[in-house]
Design a binder for this molecule. Structure first.
Ligand code: NAD
Length: 261
């Protein structure tokens, strides 16, 4: 049976032009929400919004850089002008970089922290007051299994993803008295542009072909495969639904059993 849990609601999704963010935008649209798609990649973001509309909802493609507070404010204000409220925020915009610790250029560290951690902080800061004001709603921040465990040559990525978990806990504490929730989702390797990029960076350094690196990482997983983006979006949608109103401040692994705690 098709579920339509978000009819009349408004979802704001960052990183909506690709991978996990796109899958979340489409899932909320399929379930009846109007969707504001925020991303820097103009054309791919417009394509996501267009796909959302094919579910019969309204969607906006808003060009937004999550490191820029003015750009986020403008996107939230365009969203409010269109629909008057925000019920769901998914913060999925992110990048991957990684080098052995002693080789990480300061600029590389700062750029990743800006996008993957400060970008989540800024979007949460822009949307949280709206949820408090209406005394409902959900924030879902996309962390990573790298936020709970790590591997070599991923200092900035792991630091940012652990940071997202800590940030989410504090946001959850502030939202809780208002009946709104904040949770993090920690995906394992998921079939998106990013995982191809990761395979190129790490595989390239270790002398392993991209296809072989991807095969090895799938083999590492207890489920012997990577996630599809819609499998992450399904958990994100649950965290925005009425079935999870007493679930807050958690960092939920969606990784085929890679990290268990
Ligand atoms: N793919 C994986 O294996 C995996 C695993 C764990 C966590 N994650 C996390 O999931 C999230 C989504 O990743 P994905 O795999 O879908 O990657 P992706 O590259 O397919 O999508 C990321 C999107 O973020 C956008 N973006 C990047 N910088 C931005 C900025 N400054 N402002 C606005 N948008 C920006 C990109 O344009 C892109 O559309 C990321 O936070 C990533 O760290 C991914």
């Amino acid at each position: 049976m098709e579920m339509k849990r978000f009819v009349g609601q408004v979802a704001v999704v960052t990183g909506a032009a690709g991978g996990i963010g796109k899958a979340c935008a489409l899932r909320f649209a399929q379930e009846g929400a109007n969707v504001a798609c925020l991303d820097m990649a103009l054309e791919r973001n417009q394509a996501t919004a267009q796909e959302c509309r094919s579910s019969g909802v309204e969607a906006l493609a808003l060009t937004c850089n999550v490191t820029d507070p003015d750009s986020i404010k403008a996107a939230v204000s365009d969203t409010l002008a269109a629909w008057g409220h925000v019920d769901i925020l998914v913060a999925s915009a992110g990048i991957y970089t990684g080098s052995p610790l002693v080789e990480v250029p300061l600029k590389q560290w700062q750029r990743l922290i800006d996008i993957n951690l400060t970008g989540v902080f800024l979007t949460n800061q822009a949307v949280a007051p709206l949820l408090m004001g209406q005394r409902s709603g959900s924030i879902i921040n996309i962390s990573s299994m790298a936020g709970k465990t790590s591997w070599p040559a991923s200092a900035e990525y792991s630091a940012a993803k652990s940071g997202v978990i800590g940030l989410t806990r504090s946001v959850a504490m502030e939202l809780a008295p208002f009946g709104a929730t904040a949770n993090a989702v920690c995906p394992g390797n998921t079939v998106t542009d990013m995982v191809q990029n990761v395979a190129g960076i790490i595989g390239g350094r270790d002398g392993v072909e991209v296809a072989e690196w991807l095969r090895l990482r799938a083999a590492d997983c207890p489920m012997k495969r990577m996630a599809e983006p819609w499998e992450i979006a399904g958990v994100v949608a649950f965290l925005a639904s009425n079935d999870s109103r007493y679930l807050t401040g958690q960092a939920i692994e969606v990784d085929g059993g890679m990290v268990m705690s």
